[in-house]
Design a protein. Structure first.
Length: 410
């Protein structure tokens, strides 16, 4: 129901904005622009899904090896006390908990290509416990919301973009980005936990959060003391080393237990292909609506009006230049990336807006993309309050990013 309202609202708002431009401003070419954007979005949705097919096959193949080797269950047992309180409807020995664990680890390491297949696998496994096939369960909603506001310890791609755009110190946004993603994740967990009446003040939950806080703050302290070149090199090295180390551990454990690794990989890869194909219609639907909203100029109009309001109130307007990226981050990852690069190019990588958009781009996932892909993979149509919690996490993440940016660069 929520996605139905959001999808319809995007399209109707875009059509209304285009009609207004054609009637009052004489921009009759807006319709051709929107039609082109519509077809481009459909093509892009298919290409994204097609590109995801190979990655899905690879990672679900490796996950199948890990399952049969027992490593996934081992990882889940390490977090079982926490998950028992966050996901009370999921049995302690259920395979979904292992996939959730690995997905969160991949997100923290900035390994997007690995995180998505693992997250989709977790969503499919949670679906086996769902009493209503087309309605999102509490466990699925909490998992998705945590995913959209995931903590990122090693945002290597952001460093690379900033270096390409001439930043004097491409890694100077590292600690602000880390703090922003951490605050956004805590906000998402707090709201969703309150709705689901989870006992977040339980000593076990607080102990795990304390450990996570130590990891985040400890990483921030360590990298803050490194020169820029070493920071980027070490974060990249650690991310890729952990990834390859995980693959090696899966294979060695499987061989030790005499698992047929090749057949296991093929079986998992087949599942990955089926998941990727099932995503296509859901992804195209969401990307098409977003493309119309962008092409109609409705988003630009809203941002321009907001900047005038901020200026009229006598406040600093520098943060408003990053708002399109913040809004687009909820809607389209590629769109937000394009807006970020445009800001870095036009205003400078070391400008306030340039640093702020870098923080925004690296500190959260794309909420509506994740909604479309993750729920689309299991044919969920009634997402309940998932979109509202995801948007709340985005808003809190944006507020945190602005606060941190002023704190460090203001």
């Amino acid at each position: 129901m929520v996605l139905n309202v959001i999808w319809s609202a995007f399209i109707l708002l875009a059509l209304a904005a285009a009609l207004a431009q054609a009637v009052w401003l004489g921009h009759t070419d807006i319709f051709a622009t929107m039609v082109k954007a519509l077809f481009d979005a459909a093509k892009s949705g298919f290409e994204i899904s097609l590109g995801l097919t190979g990655v899905m096959a690879l990672w679900l193949g490796l996950m199948k090896i890990g399952e049969r080797a027992g490593l996934v269950a081992l990882a889940a047992r390490a977090l079982a006390p926490l998950f028992a309180r966050l996901f009370p409807g999921v049995p302690r020995d259920h395979p979904a908990l292992g996939s959730i664990t690995l997905n969160m680890a991949a997100n923290m390491l900035g390994l997007d290509n690995a995180a998505t297949p693992l997250g989709l696998k977790a969503m499919r496994e949670l679906q086996t416990l769902n009493p209503s096939a087309d309605t999102a369960s509490d466990a699925q909603i909490l998992f998705l919301v945590i995913n959209t506001a995931s903590i990122t310890l090693f945002p290597v791609t952001i460093f690379a973009y900033r270096a390409q755009m001439g930043a004097a110190d491409p890694t100077d946004v590292f600690i602000p980005l880390l703090l922003t993603s951490y605050l956004g994740t805590l906000s998402a967990l707090a709201l969703t936990g309150a709705i689901q009446r989870l006992k977040l003040l339980d000593p076990v939950v607080l102990a795990y959060l304390a450990g996570l806080s130590a990891l985040v703050l400890g990483s921030a302290w360590w990298f803050a003391h490194l020169p820029a070149a070493q920071m980027q090199a070490q974060s990249s090295l650690l991310s890729n080393a952990v990834l390859l180390g995980m693959i090696g551990a899966l294979l060695l454990a499987a061989l030790y237990k005499r698992v047929n690794v090749y057949d296991s990989f093929i079986e998992g890869a087949k599942e990955g292909f089926q998941v990727a194909v099932g995503i296509i219609p859901y992804l195209i639907a969401m990307l098409a609506a977003i493309a119309l909203l962008r092409a109609s100029g409705a988003l630009d109009l809203l941002m321009g009006g907001l900047k005038q309001l901020v200026a009229a109130g006598g406040w600093d307007t520098r943060w408003v230049d990053a708002l399109p990226t913040g809004v687009m981050k909820s809607l389209s990852g590629s769109g937000a990336r394009a807006l970020m690069l445009d800001t870095l190019k036009t205003q400078g990588a070391d400008s306030f807006a340039g640093r702020l958009v870098s923080i925004l781009q690296g500190s959260s996932e794309t909420t509506f993309y994740v909604l479309a892909v993750y729920f689309g993979a299991v044919n969920i149509r009634n997402t309940r309050y998932a979109a509202a919690c995801g948007v709340f996490a985005d808003v809190m993440g944006f507020v945190a990013a602005v606060w941190v940016a002023y704190l460090f660069f203001g």
